[in-house]
Design a protein around this ligand. Structure first.
Ligand SMILES: Nc1ncnc2c1ncn2[C@@H]1O[C@H](COP(=O)(O)OP(=O)(O)OP(=O)(O)O)[C@@H](O)[C@H]1O
Length: 527
């Protein structure tokens, strides 16, 4: 670099530092900031969301955090949580849990732990053991809840990351395992996924959903009722009775890109959990309306949306799709990289495959072929395929492999099934054999694979139910939001069966995009 270029770069970084607060200025300890920079060299300055969020967390008031997908909400929550001081249970001199993250699925839990692990490893020459800093509690084939419970008792971590169902189950086994009056904060990440609410209107559909929710309130509601039982008992009228009672409950942080009015009303009203002052941290998002024309504001402009309609004979762009400009910015495959290692199959996997080879597939093979074709055309290193929840991920993987696609189910604990892709850079050396991760909608909220530029959606049924509700639209926003993160370009390609039920699927997709105000674009390689 010439001296002049160096001087200019230095000037720019000085100017930036003047306008943009540093993590230290927001209250993060300098040793933590050092570890963050060492673990994530690309993280230099806080994002706009983090600038508001980190000081708000230190203020201890409840927080509603809403900003677009990929704006750094979860990452900011992790940093602020690691910065919190640890309390101890004075009776036993054992450290208590400082922050509990409630997340909708195991892979997000492991992603968060992986981030914490990276930071911990960079925190000193003799870093603390990971289980002292972060533990995951999920219902998982590989991890028995009993062992999670024992681990929690033996070494309470600074940060506990759990799915609500597993934490509830552990509390039902041993209700005093966590003293919630000692917990500093409870983060409900992807809160609208964990707590379903609906608008207060009187349509038959809304009534049906309301009854279902009343019958099955779900583990998150039950868990928050336990953690915040003291708040629930406290009203303006009985205030006096509680004067002498310690009224200490954890700071509650509700986070998502899509928090609708009816969810806030649930927290402020019906639930009796949120009282008093709440800090609202909002980014650029505009309110989500029942008529969704503003919803694109929560989708990045650098994501383009495409729909391929598939029949026995053709793969076509959706009628009415606009001509797309050339997308040089979306990476093209680069053939000369190192080949990816082929993992050895387990006995269970081989047995499962044998079973599949003898049974007909539930998937429309034309649609899977369209996925395989678009994947081969566009994907440089990694893509995500979202399939309907009622179908088998393993079967989809098997069928796609038969079509020559390097497909895997997402598993953030396994190197080649996601872990390698959690941090940008690690997997780019495997470009010659791009990977397609297959997941259902239930397992993609909050996932962050920095290289991801393509998401495929197989049919509309994965987008929550057969009716189009606000949840369907929010689900599309979250699926699309896996790409276009942090200034990267992205494509969302929906694959729709054009021969099903008088084009019902095509009409449904068209309606979803219209309600979201999205103009689909043509993929010029298809007719
Ligand atoms: N200050 C920062 N500078 C650079 N990169 C950042 C910064 N903060 C977060 N990131 C990166 O941005 C990506 C998205 O972060 P994160 O998952 O926290 O977003 P999010 O808002 O929670 O998204 P979603 O709504 O989809 O869950 C991650 O790869 C993270 O490492």
């Amino acid at each position: 670099m010439s001296r002049m270029v160096e001087a200019l770069a230095e000037k720019e970084s000085v100017q930036r530092a003047h306008v943009q607060p540093t993590f230290e200025a927001l209250g993060l300890h300098s040793h933590l900031v050092k570890a963050i920079r060492a673990a994530f060299p690309k993280v230099e300055f806080p994002t706009a969301t983090q600038i508001q969020l980190i000081p708000a967390i230190h203020n201890k008031k409840d927080i509603i955090l809403q900003d677009e997908t990929g704006s750094g909400k979860t990452f900011g929550l992790v940093l602020a949580s690691l910065n919190k001081p640890r309390l101890t249970y004075s009776d036993y001199d054992v450290p208590s849990i400082t922050t509990i993250f409630l997340v909708p699925h195991r892979d997000l839990a492991f992603q968060i732990r992986h981030w914490i692990q990276k930071i911990t490893e960079c925190s000193s020459t003799t870093p603390p053991r990971l289980d002292q800093v972060a533990q995951v509690l999920v219902r998982d084939g590989q991890m028995h809840l009993q062992s999670g419970l024992e681990q929690l008792l033996k070494t309470p971590p600074h940060v506990l990351i759990a799915t609500p169902a597993s934490l509830l189950e552990v509390l039902q086994k041993q209700d005093d395992i966590i003293d919630f009056s000692r917990v500093s904060a409870v983060v409900v990440d992807e809160v609208d996924d964990l707590i379903e609410t609906i608008p207060d209107t009187k349509t038959a559909l809304v009534e049906k959903i309301r009854k279902r929710i009343a019958r099955h309130p779900g583990p998150t509601r039950q868990l928050l009722d336990i953690i915040y039982s003291k708040r629930k008992r406290f009203t303006a009228k009985n205030r006096e009775e509680f004067v002498d009672e310690p009224y200490q409950t954890p700071q509650l942080i509700l986070s998502s890109a899509t928090i609708r009015r009816h969810l806030k009303e649930y927290f402020f009203g019906e639930s009796g959990i949120v009282k008093g002052d709440v800090v609202k941290v909002r980014g650029t998002v505009l309110p989500l309306h029942v008529k969704e024309m503003l919803a694109t504001s929560v989708l990045h402009t650098d994501i383009s949306h495409h729909v391929l309609v598939v029949s026995d004979k053709t793969i076509e762009n959706l009628a009415g799709a606009a001509e797309a400009p050339d997308r040089e910015d979306v990476l093209k495959p680069s053939p000369d990289e190192e080949p990816a290692p082929t993992p050895v199959k387990t006995e269970a996997e081989l047995e499962r495959e044998l079973g599949f080879s003898m049974t007909p597939s539930p998937f429309n093979q034309n649609s899977l072929e369209a996925v395989a074709a678009a994947f081969a055309l566009y994907v440089p290193s990694v893509a995500l395929l979202v399939i309907p929840g009622a179908t088998s991920i393993y079967r989809a993987v098997y069928d796609l492999r038969a079509l020559g696609v390097n497909a895997y189910n997402v598993d953030m604990l396994a190197e080649h099934k996601g872990r390698l892709h959690l941090l940008s850079g690690d997997a780019t050396r495997f470009k010659s054999n791009p990977t397609l991760f297959v997941a259902s909608v239930a397992a993609i909220r909050g996932l962050d694979l920095p290289e991801l530029q393509h998401v495929f959606i197989l049919g509309t049924l994965g987008l929550e139910g057969t009716d189009i509700t606000s949840r369907t639209l929010d689900t599309y926003i979250h699926v699309a939001g896996r790409v276009g993160r942090f200034g990267k370009k992205g494509r969302v390609i929906s694959i729709i069966d054009g021969e099903q039920n008088d084009q019902q699927e095509v009409k449904r997709m068209d309606k979803i995009l219209k309600r979201l105000g999205i103009q689909p674009m043509k993929l010029k390689e298809f007719s």
